[in-house]
Design a protein around this ligand. Structure first.
Ligand SMILES: [Zn+2]
Length: 144
């Protein structure tokens, strides 16, 4: 990996009242998503209303942290997300529970031949400032 001398400052999310439970979860090593108390839809990203039925009865649950690689792009442009490291993988991860989220992949070379769609992934948390970023790495085998 290259690491530019004039590294862009790493992006650090700032929790808002609506996203604070999510970021408190990542700090605690949990990936949290919302569930609708009316229609049971699972929701990510954080929002005040259910996107399926409009109810305001969303609460937080812990997701397994496992998912699959739905889509990705290998970026060769340093960004605040990568902190200057290139190339890096921007991925859309489909969580086991259904919702999809964007993240970065770690623990795997950013090479198309190593990145197979539907490959199993699991979340890891990278401390950054007052939050921890949910990143994904190739999943280790499930323990029975
Ligand atoms: Zn709903």
């Amino acid at each position: 990996m290259n690491h530019a001398k004039d590294t862009p400052a790493r992006f650090t999310p700032v929790p808002t009242p609506g996203t604070r439970p999510f970021w408190e979860g990542t700090q605690a090593g949990e990936l949290r998503i919302q569930v609708c108390g009316h229609c049971r839809a699972l929701v990510l990203y954080p929002r005040p209303h259910c996107p399926e039925c409009g109810a305001q009865s969303l609460s937080w649950v812990r997701a397994s942290g496992r998912g699959r690689l739905h889509s990705y792009v290998v970026s060769h442009v340093a960004s605040p997300w990568s902190g200057g490291d290139t190339p890096y993988v921007i991925a859309v991860v489909e969580l086991e529970e259904g919702p999809r989220m964007m993240s970065n992949l770690v623990g795997v070379p950013p090479l198309p031949e190593r990145l197979q769609l539907d490959m199993p992934l699991e979340v890891v948390f990278e401390p950054r400032g007052e939050v921890a970023l949910p990143l994904f790495k190739p999943a280790s085998p499930r323990t029975p």
